[in-house]
Design a protein around this ligand. Structure first.
Ligand code: ZN
Length: 311
């Protein structure tokens, strides 16, 4: 089902520190109307739900809104309920987000994992819009992933699809991952992983990634070595994903996306994939930046709404 460009939805991005919401007509973010509020650190989820509803009500005063899409940390089931842990919003665990917000707003609400929303946003409105299949790799403190095939998010049989940060780079038991296992991709290629590599190789054991990038920019040989090693780590995981899924493209987002040398990364991946795929490696930078989750959630609401109406 294609997007309906006549319909306006609200995309909400729930983060650990802030909630952002904006109207999106079709795939077009109305950026002049982005609203941001601090995320309430309430012990239950009521305050977060009430605040989201209030933000939608305010946007509805000047826009005809047909549905709402929510981008949230954590896994979401088919009923729009949070399952498992929810990152740095513990109160959100177990919340029946769709049911609660539909009761408050009296309109359809759709809820999706934030990495999936970011991927869907880039797929519908950003760097991925010319492809039928893509994998989004979000390189931040950790690694997020979203897999799109045949125009749809691959959610997995148990809503855990796309957890690409925990694929294994090797079995040497060298670095512990935040998930408790050894040598996940995230422990090497994320911002945390890059910083670990830098602290191991650089003279300054307290170096942060900003200092590292600054040294790299000024031609420091050790920094160049660390960044090159990091590109190897990023390439290793993408090569594994390319061999497994063979998508048309990979889109890189997150705070570290700007530090990737894309021609160099594409070449490193080509050296690692099976022969049949060497001519087809295509890794590009996302272009929606921090708005990808909000736009993705809104687009998802638009498409799901159309599905609902025709059923
Ligand atoms: Zn892990």
């Amino acid at each position: 089902m294609p997007i309906n460009n006549e319909v306006t939805t609200v995309g909400i991005d729930l983060g650990g520190t802030k909630i952002a919401a904006a109207p999106v007509q079709g795939t077009n973010l109305i950026s002049s109307e982005i609203r941001k509020e601090a995320t309430p650190h309430a012990e239950n989820s009521e305050e977060i739900l009430d605040l989201m509803a209030r933000m939608v009500d305010e946007i509805s005063e000047t826009n005809k809104i047909s549905a709402v899409g929510i981008s949230t940390a954590g896994m979401v089931n088919e009923k729009g309920e949070m399952i498992g842990s929810c990152g740095n919003i513990p109160a959100w665990k177990g919340t029946k987000v769709k049911k609660e917000l539909e009761a408050r707003l009296k309109m359809p609400v759709f809820v999706e994992n934030d990495a999936n929303c970011a991927a869907y946003g880039e797929f519908m409105a950003g760097s991925g819009k010319n492809f039928k299949s893509m994998i989004m790799v979000t390189l931040g403190t950790g690694i997020g992933g979203g897999i799109i095939f045949n125009d749809q998010i691959w959610r997995g049989a148990h809503f855990g699809g796309g957890e690409i940060g925990h694929l294994k780079l090797h079995s040497n038991k060298t670095r512990r991952c935040t998930c408790g296992a050894w040598d996940c991709w995230e422990a090497y290629a994320s911002g945390t992983g890059l910083n670990n590599t830098a602290r191991t190789f650089m003279a300054n054991p307290n170096i942060d990634n900003y200092q590292l990038m600054d040294l790299h920019k000024h031609g420091d040989e050790d920094a160049i070595e660390v960044i090159s090693t990091w590109h190897d780590h990023v390439a290793q995981g993408i090569a594994t994903l390319a061999n497994s899924f063979d998508p048309e493209a990979f889109v890189i987002g997150g705070g570290l996306a700007q530090f990737i040398n894309y021609p160099k990364l594409n070449k490193k991946i080509k050296d690692k994939v099976v022969d049949a795929l060497k001519a087809h490696v295509n890794v590009v930078e996302g272009n929606l930046e921090n708005d990808s989750g909000m736009i993705g959630a809104a687009c998802l609401a638009n498409v799901e709404l159309a599905n609902q109406v025709t059923v």
